[in-house]
Design a protein around this ligand. Sequence first.
Ligand code: SF4
Ligand code: SF4
Length: 142
Amino acid sequence: MPQAEDRCAPPTPATVPGRACGSCTLCCRLPDIVLFDKPANAWCTHCIEHKGCSIYAARPSVCRDFLCLWMTDAALGADWDPSRSHMMIYRQGPQMTVLVDPDNADIWLQDPYHAQLQAWAAEGAPAGNYVIVFQQDDVFKI
Ligand code: SF4
Ligand code: SF4
């Protein structure tokens, strides 16, 4: 069953040099965060949109320990910067989870994104890995 909850996936790998969250706040909106009883696609009540966390110094470990895949995997190029792609990606075991910003719900169906998602799914399939896309209330396995 695809999961998109509990975004924290320890241990947190190192950040790719030169990458930073900047004004992106997608991970404060797109995933379920059980600790805050926050459903998917609802803003965390502590988030100031496009600015950041209003309780940054005291944010819980579920936030402190999380980095999306673009921040930690140099193989994801500039197109996958969440502020450009409007998608947030992370791994959960064999599952690559792709959460799509509902304000740009169809962007994952456009290239280069759709072609790359298909390529990742094909590359991972022999090892049992797969790609799941969450688009609003719909879930797609690639
Ligand atoms: S989705 Fe990635 S780039 Fe955006 S704020 Fe979260 S960790 Fe940073
Ligand atoms: S507590 Fe802060 S870092 Fe955590 S989801 Fe809310 S706004 Fe984002």
